[in-house]
Design a protein around this ligand. Structure first.
Ligand code: ARG
Length: 277
């Protein structure tokens, strides 16, 4: 009799324990800490940091600079990213890579957002979601100073070796607007400029602020007056497809910065940092 009662008590206790364990679990994931129900914005806030993917070969957007003896990634994209992080109440962590690899890392959650002077063209819009445009620039052309007289119009580029960044829209622009170009696509803009100086490419197509940044640092290089058309132009922030909450927060930050004329200020600052050798 007593033994039977004991068994019942033991079974009841086990049942109670099982119930507690399960409800406990349910509550945890309900909080969305790292559980499936948590949004990616929750995860960012819980981790206390947001990870930016960028390609720091694009002054004044993003570039390397020695700050207090330490190699640092700076630029107006980075200043905007800092504000995005600040508005979310988290730290900014920067992951740098070649431009061509950025969207793959975004899609596989290796970075939370991408800022790299990236243009939201039709192809990319299918893959990721973009913020409102925060900056507009035209596409220009860098050549060797000794060739200034050779390149006055786009038609002068016929059949020439044109340097573009791998995965960047300048590749399409060059193919569409230059007659039978020989395209040379490299991962880094800095390497394109080296190829240009050593005569391995005839001209490089990049956004004009970047063209003028490289020309400032290189006496042998020159930015021509040639401008390439680009209806889809402008830079926007990319997030993973469907990451609505993060995108809303980013758009709010951009809206605030534009209202406060901060983006212009960040561009000026970035140019100043660049000039302070
Ligand atoms: N705006 C161009 C594009 O979206 C080039 C951007 C290159 N950015 C960079 N950080 N290297 O394709």
């Amino acid at each position: 009799m007593i033994k039977g009662l004991k068994n019942i008590v033991v079974v009841a206790l086990i049942l109670a324990l099982i119930t507690i364990t399960f409800t406990g679990c349910g509550k945890d994931s309900g909080n969305g800490k790292a559980g499936k129900t948590g949004t990616s914005l929750d995860k960012i806030k819980a981790s206390g940091k947001i990870v930016l993917g960028t390609s720091p070969d694009y002054p004044p957007y993003e570039f390397h600079k020695e700050v207090n003896g330490k190699d640092t990634i700076v630029g107006f994209d980075i200043a905007i990213a800092e504000e995005i992080a600040k508005d979310l109440g988290v730290e900014l962590e920067i992951k740098s890579m070649e431009f061509g690899g950025l969207l793959a890392d975004l899609k596989t959650d290796k970075v939370d957002f991408v800022m790299a002077g990236m243009t939201p063209d039709a192809e990319r819009v299918k893959e990721v979601d973009f913020s409102t445009i925060y900056y507009n620039a035209e596409h220009g052309l860098v050549v060797n100073k000794k060739d200034i007289d050779k390149y006055k119009e786009i038609s002068d580029l016929k059949g020439k070796i044109i340097g573009v960044q791998k995965g960047a829209i300048q590749e399409d622009i060059a193919k569409e607007q230059i007659e039978s170009p020989q395209i040379k696509a490299l991962g880094k803009v800095s390497n394109l400029m080296l190829e240009l100086k050593t005569g391995k490419v005839d001209a490089v197509v990049v956004e004009q602020p970047v063209a003028s940044a490289y020309v400032k640092g290189n006496d042998e290089l020159y930015m021509t007056d040639i401008v390439f058309k680009d209806e889809e132009g402008g830079s926007a922030v990319a997030v993973k497809k469907g990451n609505k909450e993060l995108l809303e927060s980013i758009n709010k930050t951009i809206e605030r910065l534009m209202k406060e004329n901060k983006i212009e200020e960040f561009v000026i600052n970035a140019n100043e940092i660049m000039d302070n050798e």
